[in-house]
Design a protein around this ligand. Structure first.
Ligand SMILES: Nc1ncnc2c1ncn2[C@@H]1O[C@H](COP(=O)(O)OP(=O)(O)O)[C@@H](O)[C@H]1O
Ligand SMILES: [Mg+2]
Length: 456
């Protein structure tokens, strides 16, 4: 008679986020965010439950380095599965009574993933996935396969923001920008918050206090699980959850204008702005394309604008100098400047104020809160490039007051647009005085007189 299989008793109940993680069946699920949220706990538990639920399943858990793999995953599981699943130290594998196998590995150097070449695992979990490079992740995806019909392959990723893998994790799970062959429905993200982990809050309240005391950047990454934080970030005040608003129908009487950063090989970015009666600015539409000539850009701007009344459009001053290939019309290359051609095509443009330092300062003023506690600047979610590139803008190494070049086209267009408006600090004063007469400089005066007013 076979020896009876011992009963497995698992301690602890999942919190709601962990439950969500247990329930996901997406091909790729990332449970990411704050430290201490219970990600590793949930991942260990989910792997064990899968091994128990499906006979003969093959699972693989990976981390970059061995000591953490042992401490964080193998040792807790050896305690939990003691007497239930056999652990083989040399092979680093647990064998379950139903034939399932859970293997562990680490990938110290980039090429270590190739040891799994030709192997098949129905489930692969990457602990601290942001420590893995995109190439490693891609390779491991090729090992995530099966010939079984009762289980579709899955990959799990637990991680905090930051690290070599920050960009690919953010692209796939936060920005949800997909390349050829990647299906959006295959990627699920579950945010982790330390406050969700009641077990930890009760057992170790100091843990959260320590996270709360971290310097700003690290606190945002490790306590808030904020994926927009990066080193050298120019706009640290940017917060997706505060600056991106729910879209709404903008009343017809609100003043609207556009701002444009011309580019041909670099992206050409156009933003549409609207000013609310309390002087809050809403960026509500965006155009962002490369290698479009002037006629195509003009046609797209007109099409996107439709019947809306636009008070004015400001454009990067280089549009008055650039000619040549970027300005090809049916007549061939023309000698007109980009600005002239745009005007002829029905999009008249005025040169934007290109003072960089003052301009970025103006952007900062708009990112700050108005007296009602909501930022002066609000962005509609459809302006995806502005939302993506605002937090990515970096300090210029040579001039700490300025922002560095590179992927700055949407922030530049924003700067041009906001420089055509008075500082919100003045708007706040005006709002306080409740000036609603015709001398209101913010809505009634033409742009140049409005900025002239500022320099008084
Ligand atoms: N549902 C739970 N029940 C009991 N303890 C938990 C639970 N979730 C997490 N923990 C404990 O909370 C602590 C932090 O969890 P951990 O999974 O290591 O967080 P993370 O990987 O997100 O940093 C660990 O000691 C872990 O065992
Ligand atoms: Mg962890």
């Amino acid at each position: 008679m076979a020896a009876p299989v011992p009963k497995l008793v698992l301690q602890g109940l999942p919190n709601p986020r962990q439950r969500e993680f247990f329930e996901t069946t997406a091909r790729h699920t990332c449970y990411g965010g704050a430290r201490g949220g219970g990600k590793s706990w949930a991942m260990r538990r989910k792997m064990v439950l899968l091994m128990l639920n499906y006979d003969g399943l093959r699972g693989l858990i990976l981390r970059r380095t061995l000591p953490e793999l042992k401490e964080n995953i193998i040792n807790p599981l050896r305690i939990e599965l003691n007497g239930f699943a056999d652990y083989n130290e040399t092979e680093k594998v647990f064998r379950f009574p139903n034939g399932s196998r859970l293997k562990f590995g680490y990938c110290d150097s980039e090429g270590d993933v190739y040891q799994y070449q030709g192997q098949e695992y129905e489930v692969i979990a990457l602990e601290e996935a942001t420590h893995f490079t995109e190439a490693q992740m891609r390779f491991l995806t090729t090992c995530n396969r099966t010939t079984r019909t009762d289980f579709s392959p899955r990959m799990f990723y637990t991680c905090n923001p930051g690290g070599v893998g920050h960009d690919w994790v953010k692209r796939l799970f936060i920005d949800r920008e997909y390349r050829k062959g990647e299906k959006p429905e295959n990627y699920a993200f579950i945010p982790a918050r330390v406050y969700d982990n009641h077990a930890l809050m009760i057992a170790d309240p100091e843990y959260v206090e320590n996270l709360e005391a971290l310097p700003e950047d690290m606190r945002r990454a490790h306590l808030d699980g904020d994926w927009d934080v990066i080193e050298g970030q120019y706009f640290k005040e940017w917060r997706r959850e505060r600056h991106v608003c729910e879209p709404f129908t903008i009343p017809a009487y609100w003043r609207r204008f556009r701002a444009m950063d011309w580019g041909y090989n670099d992206p050409c970015c156009v933003l549409w702005f609207a000013v609310s009666p309390d002087k809050r600015i809403y960026v509500y539409d965006e155009y962002y394309r490369t290698q479009r000539n002037v006629n195509e850009v003009a046609a797209s701007i007109k099409q996107q604008t439709g019947a809306q009344k636009i008070a004015y459009t400001v454009g990067s001053p280089d549009m008055w100098q650039r000619r040549g290939m970027q300005n090809v019309t049916r007549k061939g290359i023309v000698g007109e400047s980009i600005a002239e051609s745009l005007g002829i095509s029905g999009v008249p443009v005025e040169p934007a104020d290109n003072s960089r330092i003052v301009g970025w300062q103006r952007v900062r003023e708009f990112l700050a809160d108005a007296p009602d506690g909501k930022p002066w600047l609000q962005v509609f979610p459809n302006c995806t490039n502005l939302i993506k590139y605002m937090p990515q803008l970096q300090y210029d190494e040579h001039n700490r007051e300025d922002a560095a070049d590179g992927n700055d086209h949407a922030p530049e267009a924003l700067r041009y647009g906001l420089m055509s408006r008075p500082s919100p600090v003045l708007a706040a004063k005006e709002n306080k005085r409740k000036v609603v007469d015709l001398s209101d400089p913010f809505t009634e005066l033409p742009r140049r007189r409005a900025s002239g007013f500022l320099s008084l």
